[in-house]
Design a protein around this ligand. Structure first.
Ligand code: ADP
Ligand code: ASP
Ligand code: MG
Length: 418
């Protein structure tokens, strides 16, 4: 039997009625002749609640217990989905990560897949089961502990199963009817895309478009999984939603194809760091050891303190997620106390957001940056930090201008038009 993977996100399984609605979509695919692997998220809001309970119990919590608690949301929806399918006469059972088993590394809170052996689920399909409902977002480590894959991780579970079972397609059902040129909740003119290239989706996801977890796009690209995003609230068929696919399957080619935003960014500046060989390593080494995900980095030109002075000084600015600021600050202060480097002041700005434009067409077109900066200037938005790569340009700006910036960039690159 051909295998299909269907993933339902939090809002798509938010209550019993929505679970029933999702189950009907699964039943329809079974009737079309598929063996179906259903990946479920926790009911919407549940994972946040569980995280809150852990943080309310323990500030410096044991990450293994965090995972044990936070993974439980998916167990509930997996069982309920299997029960609903059984009620509809579809032979189904639920699988928690350890039962499959979904083997992962032991990096709790951000574990990665090691292997997903097929035997147990295949044996059940061979017995006549039509649906395996698998709890997303979780796995089991070599030590036998429950692990989780990072927020949004059920997308990655879905793609990994599609790869492991050579599924015909991996359908990600969510609360929007596809992937848009930008978040449709921020920009009313956002346009649904019929197809998007893996590379572009990878950039958009890693720059904040949470419609797919970044890692899921990486896996889909590596294993050539046909990945589709579509609505769980509408009637859908094989042509619905947005397909994430290879670049050469896409006819339409724009220079910029999407705008992404990330709200929870912080900017930190080390003022007047002594500028000498090794200084960047001395600063960013301790940050990496503390697990801080440093994103953009800017080093100012070096200046002599006073004319004739032998020592030169510079300012070093970087960005990281807001919830890692305390950890970053601690790492920097400890490194300074240990004599690794000196600085005059540490300035923290937690009121910033990152806005990015993405497009594979940028590889062969000049002038995108200038157009982007001029559009922001026309709205009086000040740019604090800039970072570029082959197919993206990102800027850090005051958070209060984030929506405005997204809309302005969507307009200037005419993303509402095909
Ligand atoms: P789920 O719970 O189904 O996993 P998510 O909330 O994780 O759903 O992802 C879907 C959300 O992603 C949408 O509601 C939308 O607000 C947001 N989003 C951000 N960028 C985009 C984009 N470019 N296209 C579509 N949705 C986007
Ligand atoms: N429930 C998890 C989360 O909210 C995983 C997911 O939904 O993908 O992050
Ligand atoms: Mg999600």
């Amino acid at each position: 039997m051909p295998v299909l993977v269907m993933k339902f996100g939090g809002t798509s399984v938010a209550d019993l009625a929505r679970i029933e609605n999702a189950a009907k979509k699964v039943q329809a695919e079974v009737e079309r002749g598929y063996d179906v692997i259903v990946i479920v998220s926790a009911m919407s809001g549940k994972t946040n609640e569980l995280v809150g309970w852990v943080e309310g119990t323990s500030k410096l919590y044991d990450a293994r217990e965090y995972d044990a608690v936070v993974a439980s949301g998916e167990n509930v929806t997996a069982g309920l989905m299997a029960l609903r399918l059984q009620e509809m006469g579809v032979p189904a059972r639920s699988w928690q990560g350890w039962q499959v088993p979904i083997n992962t590394t032991s990096a709790h809170g951000s574990a990665r897949f090691v292997s997903i052996p097929r035997e147990n689920i295949d044996a059940k399909f061979a017995e006549g089961f039509k649906v395996a409902v698998v709890a997303g977002f979780q796995g089991v480590s070599a030590e036998g502990r429950i692990t989780t894959l990072g927020r949004g991780g059920s997308d990655t579970t879905a793609v990994a199963f599609a790869a492991a079972f050579a599924a015909e397609r991996c359908d990600i059902y969510t609360d929007v009817d596809g992937i848009y040129t930008t978040d449709p909740r921020i920009c009313g003119k956002a346009r649904k895309l019929e197809k998007i290239a893996f590379e572009e989706m990878l950039e958009l996801a890693s720059l904040g478009a949470k419609v797919l977890q970044t890692r899921s796009v990486e896996l889909a690209m590596r294993y050539k999984v046909r990945l589709r995003v579509l609505s769980s609230f509408e009637d859908t068929d094989e042509t619905s939603g947005t397909l994430v696919c290879d670049e050469d399957e896409i006819m339409e080619s724009k220079v910029v194809s999407g705008v992404a935003h990330s709200r929870d960014e912080a900017k930190m500046t080390l003022v007047k760091v002594e500028d000498r060989p090794g200084i960047a390593g001395a600063i960013f080494g301790p940050l990496a050891e503390a697990g801080v995900n440093v994103d953009m980095i800017v080093q100012n030109i070096s200046e002599l303190d006073e004319p004739g002075d032998k020592r030169a000084f510079t300012d070093m600015t970087f960005s990281c997620p807001t919830n890692q600021v305390a950890r970053a600050q601690k790492a920097i202060e400890e490194a300074q106390a240990a004599g690794k480097f000196t600085y005059k002041e540490l300035v923290v700005d937690t009121d910033v957001a990152k806005v990015s434009v993405v497009g594979i067409g940028m590889r062969s077109h000049a002038g995108v940056a200038a157009k982007m900066f001029n559009a922001l200037a026309a709205e009086n938005v000040n740019i604090k930090v800039i970072a570029t790569s082959e197919i993206k340009i990102s800027v850090l700006i005051d958070r209060k201008y984030m929506e405005l910036a997204v809309q302005a960039l969507h307009d200037v690159f005419a993303l509402d038009k095909v």
